[in-house]
Design a protein around this ligand. Structure first.
Ligand SMILES: Nc1ncnc2c1ncn2[C@@H]1O[C@H](COP(=O)(O)OP(=O)(O)OP(=O)(O)O)[C@@H](O)[C@H]1O
Ligand code: SF4
Ligand SMILES: [Mg+2]
Length: 301
């Protein structure tokens, strides 16, 4: 698989808050990379920085962000807007707030896909009924239907290379969540998309992701294949996360939100909670070595 997105040294700051610090990763074509971590670890800030939709007052910097053979760091806001409309699709967390409430759903779909394409696109997503309800507004559809409509708009109508999904199933019940996950897997297989998939739920990671990146305190502390991360996590935070799984059997088990804990402002951010912290951990932020960011693996990779 060839590399689709390469992020090197990404930083995001809000006034007084260092939200993302020196994050680097690669996403390959046809791959789903899960981004996990507790609330506030910086997952949404990574997504917002990649699509340049950070709120006013936020600042981002990166050594490089490459999408295919295009370098994105030097692009103007207008060029980035064009890219978001073509090569990058975004699936938002709350479908209700992402569609216009005052325009019928079918008309909104026509903004993105031609009448010739629509029946086939809707059939693929199990949404043919939308054609029979041309006057229905978003509030007449269920959360799951709306989420699938947004995925349709993001992925099928525009045919992007990269899809960024920030907790797309958090507000859905388990049955509808399963439908949306199946659709995302289908899109990956059918279109060969690269998908960056943010979630709190390790069961979802086990179901849909090929690789996973674990964030803590704005750092990407470990990256690996889903098999490797679940079978032999190397970073102490990843180990703690997985040891909390009931029976260490993630598939099918629904976990709650990962409970946030203290983050050190100096040295390794996990030091206040780390069972194997050393003196150096309070002083120096470890550098990533072989996809793990921990002083222990620096010494013995
Ligand atoms: N608009 C903002 N202004 C100031 N600080 C912000 C803003 N958005 C996020 N932050 C802070 O940046 C850090 C990272 O937040 P972010 O939303 O990226 O985390 P997250 O991993 O997506 O969390 P969650 O799982 O709750 O969605 C947090 O400390 C958060 O409080
Ligand atoms: S660097 Fe130190 S505190 Fe941080 S995870 Fe590794 S051992 Fe623990
Ligand atoms: Mg978030």
């Amino acid at each position: 698989m060839s590399d689709l997105l390469t992020v090197t040294g990404l930083h995001v700051d809000y006034p007084g808050v260092r939200a993302v610090h020196d994050v680097s990763f690669t996403l390959r074509r046809g791959e789903i990379l899960g981004l996990v971590g507790e609330s506030g670890s910086g997952k949404s800030s990574v997504c917002a920085a990649l699509t340049r939709v950070l709120p006013a007052g936020a600042r981002m910097a990166a050594r490089a962000v490459r999408l295919g053979d295009q370098e994105l760091t030097g692009l103007t806001d207008q060029e980035m807007r064009r890219l978001r409309a073509t090569r990058i699709g975004v699936i938002p967390q709350r479908p209700m707030t992402s569609l216009s409430p005052v325009t019928p759903v079918l008309r909104q779909l026509r903004w993105h896909a031609s009448d010739a394409d629509l029946p086939d696109l809707l059939a693929r997503t199990g949404l043919r009924a939308v054609l029979d309800r041309p006057r229905d507004y978003p509030h007449r559809f269920s959360g799951g239907q709306l989420q699938r409509l947004l995925i349709l708009i993001a992925a099928l109508a525009r045919q992007p290379d990269l899809l960024i999904a920030d907790e797309p199933t958090t507000t859905l019940d388990p049955t509808v969540q399963a439908q949306v996950l199946r659709l995302i897997l289908d899109l990956r297989d059918r279109l060969g998309l690269g998908i960056l998939y943010v979630t709190h739920d390790l069961a979802v990671v086990a179901q849909v992701c090929d690789r996973v990146g674990v964030m803590y305190g704005g750092r990407l502390v470990e990256t690996g294949s889903v098999e490797q991360i679940f079978a032999s996590p190397r970073h102490p935070y990843t180990q703690a996360l997985l040891s909390a799984l009931p029976g260490r059997a993630p598939t099918g088990s629904r976990l709650g939100r990962l409970t946030p804990g203290p983050v050190a402002r100096q040295g390794c951010p996990f030091a206040p909670r780390c069972p194997v912290a050393m003196d150096v951990c309070a002083e120096q932020d470890p550098q990533p070595v072989l996809d793990v960011r921990c002083h222990h693996t620096e010494d013995s990779p």
